[in-house]
Design a protein around this ligand. Structure first.
Ligand SMILES: [Zn+2]
Ligand SMILES: [Zn+2]
Length: 214
């Protein structure tokens, strides 16, 4: 079974993806689970869960939270996490029984959201790292950290356009979180370099040309 654990909707300022198009694309690509992880809000995830017409597609309520070191992917969020500092976000997430993963570690092309601190206390206090990110050119480094450490891993497309869904995903047999937490899940990725360039150009075009016309 397949789970894309990093999906953005139009609730993220960098995406215009409509919820219905996301659900349709996830269904078409054969995903069994998607986690909606908008920047700093769970509103998109809640809406997706509410309107999802597909009984064989499960929605995980997630968020991508920025902190002083980079970004965190947080899953099974029940209430908006408003804290901005790593330690406070973590405290809040633990209170809600969420799973916390470091998003796209080692992505040196993300100037504002790259991880700058991999000290023991940071790695030791999260559940794991995003091993494959559909837009990260440094997945090989995350993979090697995953293999060397006892950390758990997730994978996701980081899609900002519905057609990107499924470009990276977790493959599991029947219990997603059980298999992730026991390091039995596997990670898949497709055409990373092409996707990275293609979607960065597309985002840039949308931002500077299409938005100005509206
Ligand atoms: Zn990110
Ligand atoms: Zn993202």
């Amino acid at each position: 079974m397949k789970a894309d654990l990093h999906v953005h909707t139009y609730y993220s300022s960098c995406s215009k993806a409509k919820i219905n198009d996301i659900l349709k694309s996830a269904q078409r690509k054969g995903m069994d689970v998607i986690a909606i992880t908008d920047h700093n809000t769970i509103r998109g995830a809640l809406e997706a869960k509410r309107v999802n017409p597909y009984t064989d597609l499960r929605i995980i309520i997630g968020v991508e939270k920025k902190c002083e070191y980079g970004e965190l992917l947080i899953y099974n969020v029940k209430k908006e996490i408003v804290s901005k500092k790593f330690a406070d976000i973590l405290k809040d997430a633990k209170k809600q029984n969420c799973f916390v993963f470091i998003a796209h570690p080692f992505d040196f092309f993300r100037f504002t959201t790259k991880w700058s601190n991999f000290e023991e206390n940071v790695l030791g206090s999260v559940d794991g790292i995003e091993v494959f990110n559909g837009r990260n050119a440094f997945n090989y480094k995350s993979k090697s950290l995953y293999e060397k450490s006892g950390l758990k891993g997730v994978a996701g497309s980081d899609s900002h356009f519905p057609e990107e869904i499924g470009n990276a995903y977790v493959e599991y047999k029947n219990d997603l979180w059980n298999e992730i937490l026991s390091r039995k899940a596997e990670f898949r990725i497709k055409n990373m370099f092409i996707n990275k360039i293609k979607y960065l150009l597309k985002s840039f075009f949308n931002k500077w040309f299409l938005r100005k016309k509206l």
